[in-house]
Design a binder for this molecule. Structure first.
Ligand code: TYD
Length: 396
């Protein structure tokens, strides 16, 4: 049923930035094989052999959603919108990170679930937070303690959990009769259209489409009734889900989204085989471009130590011989080294100086924000390199 269509090779955990590159640190780096498959029955795209979540979501988890202005305002906006539309009395978030979404509500009406202990610690002082993995057992415990939940929100988390059965069974268990589950995850259609194969890394066990979500959740007594397309993370979908007998009507835009994905043939293996060929060419083109520039004595750095760029660097063979360093605004990443390829990460203040000729856009999903911020770099002839939607150097 599962057909493998893409092999992105040996990869480290995308967020396992190294404190140093001594022998010990390198020996302890965890690698796995990143192969992607398509389920011809339910249309789900997933990693063939997911990494154990206990190795990924530890008390050293680096990503803080509040650090990006774009994300902060996006979460504030959606919190307001969901509150107005569904008027929930009780709200729960699965994967609450640093509380960027839940802090927009009345603190007494929210419950947070966040397995990364360093993040859960941040919100414990603000509202009720459970530093646990989401599963049926936790759902039952919370149902006893809190009662049914009217709105469950989960952004960039459900696609990270290998066990969908436990996930959706738990959600069904605690969701009120007309309650709503809202999940946000990167869009598979966008990945195929943008050739953004870097959406595949260990944490993204699944890259969802509306046709696959529609199929999977039915098994657990749930149904999809609406969808919104978002620009976050290079193109995401916000899925609106309710119980099979819930009062919510299927929207026209959901019907359109399903039709659109089918016209792009997201239900056919051939589309994925073609995508795989494009990804292969993308790798060759990016490596050749960077090698050629390096031969011509150009200084190339990378902009944004993203998880996505872990996939690109390791798949394309880009290491510290080709990329001088990576700049990133996250204090927690500065001074560390990129997973697998061991390129030093420094602050943009230090790194974006006059000696840089080219900067690879690791954070291509923030292209607009970055181009605005770095207009002086562009003005003096600096260029960005991207692989989305195809490999090219950009001067504006
Ligand atoms: P993110 O969008 O979360 O991507 P991923 O999920 O692939 O890690 O990460 C964006 C990263 O880019 C984050 O570490 C912050 C960094 N960044 C900069 O360094 N400068 C910028 O101007 C922006 C917008 C982001």
């Amino acid at each position: 049923m599962n057909k493998v269509f893409l092999n992105l090779g040996r990869q480290p955990l995308a967020n396992s930035f190294l404190k140093n590159v001594g022998k010990n640190a390198l020996q302890n780096e965890i690698f796995y094989n990143l192969k992607i498959c398509f389920n011809i029955k339910n249309y789900l795209v997933s990693i063939v052999k997911p990494v154990n979540p206990k190795k990924q979501y530890t008390d050293k988890y680096a990503h803080r959603a509040s650090e990006s202005r774009t994300m902060r305002s996006a979460f504030k906006k959606v919190a307001k919108k969901l509150f107005k539309r569904f008027k929930p009395k009780k709200i729960m978030e699965i994967g609450s990170n640093d509380g960027v979404f839940l802090k927009n509500f009345d603190k007494k009406s929210v419950v947070a679930v966040e397995p990364c202990k360093n993040l859960a610690r941040l919100t414990k002082k603000l509202f009720e937070t459970y530093a646990e993995f989401w599963n049926l057992k936790l759902a039952k415990k919370l149902l006893k303690k809190k009662g049914e939940i009217d709105l469950i929100f989960s952004a960039n988390t459900i696609s990270h959990i290998p066990n969908l059965k436990e996930t959706f069974k738990g959600i069904y268990n605690i969701l009120s009769r007309d309650g709503v589950l809202v999940i946000e995850d990167p869009s598979l259609l966008k990945v195929l259209q943008n050739n953004s194969y870097d959406q595949f890394y260990d944490e993204h066990v699944y890259v969802f489409s509306s046709i696959s979500v529609n199929n999977i959740i039915q098994e657990y007594g749930l149904r999809l009734f609406d969808i919104e397309h978002l620009s976050t993370h290079g193109g995401s979908n916000r899925y609106f889900i309710c119980k099979k007998n819930g009062k919510h009507k299927k929207s026209l835009r959901l019907k359109k989204a399903i039709k659109n994905e089918k016209s792009y043939k997201l239900h056919k293996i051939q589309s994925y085989l073609k995508f795989s060929k494009r990804v292969n060419s993308s790798r060759k083109n990016l490596f050749n471009l960077i090698k050629r520039l390096k031969k011509n004595n150009k200084k190339i750095i990378s902009y944004g130590a993203t998880y996505k760029s872990t996939t690109v660097f390791n798949y394309c063979g880009l290491n510290s011989k080709l990329i001088d360093y990576v700049t990133d605004t996250t204090l927690n990443k500065q001074g560390k080294y990129t997973p697998g390829t061991h390129i030093k990460i420094i602050s943009p203040e230090l790194g974006m100086n006059n000696t840089v000729d080219y900067a690879f856009l690791g954070a291509w999903n923030f292209k607009k924000e970055i181009f605005k911020k770095e207009k002086n770099f562009l003005k003096r002839g600096g260029k960005f390199i991207t692989h989305v939607p195809k490999v090219m150097a950009l001067s504006k």
